[in-house]
Design a protein around this ligand. Sequence first.
Ligand code: NAP
Length: 443
Amino acid sequence: MKPLRVAIFGAGPAGIYAGNILASSYENVTIDLFDSLPAPYGLIRYGVAPDHPRIKGIVNSLHEMLDSGKIRFFGNVEFGRDLTLEDIQRHYHAVIFATGAIKDATLSIPGVELDGSFGAADFVSWYDGHPDVPRSWSLTAENVAVLGNGNVALDVARVLTKQAKDMLTTDIPANVYEGLKDSRVTDVHVFGRRGPADIKFTPIELRELGEVEDVEIVLYPEDFPEGWFNEDAEGVTNQHRVMARVLQSWLERDSAPVKRRLHLHFWHQPKEILGEGGKVTGMRFERKGEVRDYMVEALYRAIGYWGSELHDVPYDSSKGVIRNLDGRVVDEKENQISGLYATGWIKRGPVGLIGHTKSDAMETIANLVADVETLQDPAEPKLEQVLALLQSRGVTYTDWAGWLKLNDHELGLGSKFVGPVSRERVKVVDRSEQVDIARAESF
Ligand code: NAP
């Protein structure tokens, strides 16, 4: 069996699943997993809402996969800058891109550039303590609009309405707690451009919204005419049925006075973000042919993520993905580019839950393994050569032992926390602080 060296870029679930599946499908393989961030886990660390420990629990199985020693992790290494495609081709037979989709999709309406118009992905990065976004976030608005009817819109709306003290049990960094504590928000309005039968939420996440303490869910009867949900319509799944029952129960429930309200509006097509003096003052929609304005001081666009282009790698700008056929990277004429593969959201776009990346990785890996005999042997096939190159470029990379140190440090911060609740972990945000902790002594 030919010895195979594979690099993976992106240490989120997609990259780790791909590495793990590759390790069990091809015996004679060495796998080096790189990430631009000092810590592993990608979207789980920096995309999943902090109050979703159930999803964060996936980390335990990803940890086991990396801890097995079959995949070597190197963080703080940026593709295209610290290692180029040419470097990778000199050191590896193949590379798998699993860089995900971390930017906000563009919304092309007037006013999108106004102060107070935020991309949801940026807000998620802030509350998840991503090192590359500013530490402070303006939460001075009392009335806020959230555009979109997917789970990210729900995350954003829930985090905005929840009392900061209820987020303290999570791993949010100190600056995020302080920011949320001072928030002046009273009303969050979530707007879907289609009807309540067409929501892209999932049942657990929708139901959870109704359980947030001191928050009233407000629905508008105009959005729920007689027969609004047709159980037997084509494409209706059990999930839709469950969610229809949840919405119906909220329509019928009475509520006591609360501190904050979360409104769900439907059939609202975004038309313009209104502003004055460069700041958001409102949001204009079209609802069934009628223009509607809402006075809001901030707006979050949760209309989907978008994958970023990688240097020298074919990219389809109409979909925000790497050009590929079933995970094999191809050029514009659909000719395969030998040794290049893609998996996860950068392969198929930002849809689907974390578990879906497993089947995705299986397809990509099956194709890579089928191509093995065609892959060119690298000129410099040793890990030491890659690490020497990184060192010569002054790249302060982290490794698995470094992550274990950073992990222990964050758990230690959690156990030392003095306050009204106990905390399991407190995240370190700053990139150089993460790197220093990870590289302490062992380097
Ligand atoms: P999504 O599920 O694709 O939802 C995007 C929403 O934006 C849809 O309601 C879409 O409406 C709307 N939209 C798109 N373009 C728009 C426009 N120009 N104007 C107004 N609305 C527009 O995407 P997402 O919420 O970013 O989530 C991405 C994936 O991650 C999903 O699979 C999601 O389930 C998953 N996720 C899961 C969790 C969890 O807790 N389980 C949390 C976060 C994310 P249309 O339907 O009309 O296109």
